[in-house]
Design a protein around this ligand. Structure first.
Ligand code: ATP
Ligand code: MG
Length: 429
């Protein structure tokens, strides 16, 4: 016997029990973003490998060790997207969406792929919703991005479980000066650095700031601080952001070690973190990337954005017991018909109900069966009402309407008033 086929490790099926929560989450976010004037963009999930190397940076965890890269039949090197910003910038440039200084407020949703060690909250295929804003250079839009996420956490009932961490990385010029000082300080103490940090010292020294090694962290206590090297423009920008967050009443913590994993950030960086999910505590992360579009071959165009991890947010909603009870029900009404003649009569009746009650979730029994077995299926479907057509009902042109969740008595309703009756009953249920 051949071995049963399995999904790839770290790539999960989302089963029907789970999809109502996903759809609730997605609909909540989409509604919120509509309300703030963001428009959706959809990019392919595969791009030329070069795109990610150029935008994310060669010496990052993602590009060095996490990408799913393969050669296609033409011999091109392609990569399953590990994040959304690169492709979004590519699409914006390719279609001239940021030309002439046009503002764009965009969002996307979809799967991302990274070859990481799978564990709770960390998968090889995971899903993000991301926002990217182009040609708005001020702190007002940074604040808006944060404010709308704050609103989202409250809508989802998880506002008390997340904390905003904030930092400013300065302009790339300011960071270059700081980088030099940091490298000098650490080079003098290179024998005390962990192996990863030693390697990063020449390639990506800022990443050493968020090293997990306690010895390296101890070494950093007296190291030069990025905040002391911030340029005037970044300082003013950061102050403007903080003033707006204060005005909005959004609490935040300044985390000077927050540097983010990707090369392209400048000025504002932020993360929403929770202590309720163990090690995978960052549910949303982003920042400003004013140099990226130019680096990718476009005209100077400012950018700022973030991505939230859907799996982690759903885990948090479940952990905090904030899954709304009503999303579990996916059927309103279950229509039972006993016998061939009743089944034939049920067809136009069901279609009429669908015509007359917008959004009605009506399941028509399939596979025949006795009255008892159909009613059992009706109950199992989670429906609020079972409609029954047997021989007697057929003769009298009525249906039996049986409340399944204890809302009153069963009664007989004439076919011509069924839609009105049902619409009212569903509203009251
Ligand atoms: P982490 O520090 O957890 O590895 P990251 O800095 O690599 O996160 P980003 O690239 O900023 O993450 O992605 C934004 C968000 O996407 C993260 O905050 C997280 O919620 C989610 N995310 C990132 N990688 C994964 C993954 N492998 N599995 C599940 N969610 C992820
Ligand atoms: Mg990561």
């Amino acid at each position: 016997m051949s071995k049963p086929l399995q999904a790839i490790r770290g790539m999960n099926d989302i089963l029907p029990e789970q999809t109502p929560l996903w759809r609730y989450f997605e609909a909540t976010v989409a509604g919120l973003l509509d309300g703030y004037g963001y428009r959706q963009i959809r990019m392919p999930i595969v791009e030329f490998t070069e795109l990610f190397k150029r935008s994310i940076g060669e010496v990052t965890d993602i590009v060095e060790k996490e990408m799913y890269t393969f050669e296609d039949r033409n011999g091109d090197s392609l990569t399953l997207r590990p994040e959304g910003t690169a492709a979004c910038v590519r699409a914006v440039l390719e279609h001239g969406l940021s030309g002439g200084g046009q503002t764009q407020k965009l969002w996307y949703i979809g799967p991302m792929f990274r070859h990481e060690r799978p564990q709770k909250g960390r998968y090889r295929q995971f899903h993000q919703i991301g926002l990217e804003v182009f040609n708005l250079p001020g702190p007002d839009i940074d604040a808006e991005l944060i404010m709308l996420t704050w609103r989202l956490w409250k809508l989802l009932g998880i506002g008390d479980a997340v904390t905003l961490e904030l930092n400013s990385l300065g302009t790339s010029e300011a960071r270059a000066v700081y980088r030099g000082e940091l490298v000098e300080y650490l080079t003098a103490r290179i024998d005390q650095l962990d192996e990863d940090s030693r390697r990063r010292l020449s390639s990506n020294p800022l990443r050493i700031l968020d090293s997990k090694s306690p010895q390296t962290q101890a070494l950093l206590v007296d190291a030069p601080k990025l905040e002391n090297y911030l340029d005037e423009e970044s300082r003013v920008h950061f102050a403007g952001l903080k003033a707006r967050l204060d005005a909005a009443g959004i609490p935040y913590v300044i985390n000077p070690k927050l540097v983010r994993g990707l090369d392209y950030y400048s000025k504002t960086v932020f993360e929403w973190v929770t202590d309720k999910l163990g090690a995978q505590g960052t549910v949303c992360a982003g920042g400003r990337y004013d140099g990226l579009v130019e680096q990718m071959g476009g005209k100077p165009t400012t950018g700022v954005g973030f991505a939230m991890g859907i799996e982690r947010l759903l885990l948090l909603i479940e952990t905090l017991d904030k899954v709304p009870a009503e999303i579990a029900r996916t059927v309103d009404v279950y229509l039972c018909a006993i016998g061939e003649a009743a089944e034939l009569a049920a067809i136009p009746l069901a279609e009429q109900l669908r015509d007359k009650i917008p959004g009605l979730r009506l399941q028509v029994n399939a596979g025949a069966g006795s009255f008892k077995s159909q009613l059992k299926k009706a109950d199992k479907s989670g429906a609020l009402f079972a409609l029954v057509i047997g021989e007697d009902e057929l003769a009298q042109q009525v249906v039996g309407c049986k409340p399944l969740r204890g809302q009153g008595e069963q009664n007989s309703i004439a076919w011509d008033v069924l839609a009105e009756h049902l619409a009212t009953s569903l509203k009251q249920a």
